[in-house]
Design a protein around this ligand. Structure first.
Ligand code: BYC
Length: 358
């Protein structure tokens, strides 16, 4: 499943399947730390030289708070995102599909852990981050408030939702905050596998019976627009949302592109893939614009987006109820881990006391 297995197997002209295949992740991973050589210690100078801020560095309080907000929202999305897919683990159509889906859902938990750890380097505890999710002070991605009604939804999430996530996350591998950038490198590699498995699941359905093809098409009809909205509100030109964070986050090197630019790149990359799959994207305004060199597409239902963010999506209540209940049920595991850690510390201290007394 790795490599360009779908990118070029009978179409050498086809582009990469997802943004992690473009070499940008490797380029970000090769980032050279030149701070010492350039004698940089001041926040503004480090940002201007496109170097990375590390946890030990002084940073403006607004920069720290912006990162906590974004990284926490990202971490919460990863662990809440396990729910819609976990819904299909017991009903996957074959052992192979089940094994793939289990691996994917476990990866999402891992991404959550990398991200919570990155947020903790900003001086906030994991307990506080989870409290803020549970009491509604912090959000998770709008996309996970939509239900997974059929098996084809698992293909649609992999292909579209992970595909959109990668488009957004590849530039974050170059984020100015070191721990976030580094967490994104591994995440993007794993997301690439996630998108491929989604594409493959849909590929198989589209080569199956008429009923399977219809199921795949129905899933795409429901997930296309929410996947486009995932990139966030419009933030360029006359449509820029008042009070948005893009301009400041780009000046700080947290975001590298606007939401609108990434959304356009995603559309441009996905339309030819839909054609390969034989799926119709549910937008009558979608068409290639020769002059712009991009696809034009219709307007997203922003009222629906803001409604979902405010808690009025199909699954908001269900997702939070499940999260809070699981957290409570897992209390004994956290208590046991803390007790074990305290015991181990105690043993270590006793051993070193004995050593120094001898
Ligand atoms: N959902 O000024 P903007 C995954 C909010 S998980 C909810 O553009 P910003 C996966 C935004 O927070 C994918 N809220 O903000 C996991 C802000 O509100 P506040 C998660 C959204 O932060 C499992 C307001 O709208 N990925 O891949 O500069 C299985 C104005 O927006 C959303 C990430 O979290 C949204 N979609 O940019 C499968 C990526 N969009 O906070 C897959 C990291 C916007 O002022 N995050 N808002 O109340 C980011 O890159 C940025 O935070 C965003 C938003 C582009 C999402």
């Amino acid at each position: 499943m790795y490599g360009n297995d779908f990118g070029d197997f009978d179409d050498p002209g086809a582009g990469p399947l997802n943004a992690a295949d473009t070499g940008e992740v490797e380029a970000a991973a090769a980032h050279a730390d030149r701070r010492a050589e350039l004698d940089l210690s001041d926040f503004d100078a480090i940002i201007a030289a496109d170097q990375r801020i590390e946890p030990r560095d002084a940073m403006p309080e607004e920069y720290r708070q912006t990162l906590i907000r974004q990284i926490a929202q990202h971490a919460h999305s990863e662990i809440i995102g396990m729910q819609p897919e976990g819904n299909w683990l017991t009903r996957a159509p074959s052992l192979r599909r089940k094994a793939i889906l289990i691996a994917k859902v476990q990866d999402e938990a891992g991404h959550g852990l990398y991200l919570y750890s990155a947020a903790e380097t900003l001086g906030i505890t994991r307990e506080e981050l989870l409290d803020r999710l549970h009491n509604g002070k912090q959000k998770y991605s709008s996309i996970f408030n939509y239900p997974t009604l059929t098996w084809a939804d698992i293909g649609a999430i992999g292909w579209l939702v992970d595909g959109a996530a990668i488009m957004n996350q590849v530039p974050l591998c170059r984020c100015s905050y070191g721990p976030y950038a580094r967490a994104m490198i591994r995440t993007c590699k794993e997301e690439s596998f996630h998108q491929r498995q989604g594409f493959e699941a849909l590929w198989d359905l589209m080569r199956g019976t008429e009923a399977q093809q219809a199921m795949a098409q129905d899933a795409i009809n429901r997930w296309w627009w929410p996947a486009l909205a995932m990139f966030g509100p419009r933030d360029t030109g006359e449509h820029a949302v008042k009070g948005g964070h893009t301009a400041q986050s780009m000046a700080w090197g947290i975001k590298r592109f606007s939401n609108d630019e990434l959304r356009q790149r995603f559309v441009d990359m996905t339309v030819p893939q839909a054609e390969r799959l034989g799926l119709k994207l549910p937008d009558p305004e979608l068409k290639w614009n020769e002059e712009r060199g991009h696809y034009d597409f219709g307007e997203i239902d922003w009222d629906e987006f803001w409604r979902v963010l405010k808690g009025d999506g199909a699954c908001n209540a269900q997702r939070m109820e499940r999260r809070v209940t699981s957290h409570k049920q897992g209390a004994w595991v956290r208590d046991a881990a803390a007790a074990y850690a305290a015991k181990s510390e105690g043993r270590k201290a006793a051993a070193s006391n004995e050593g120094s007394a001898a």
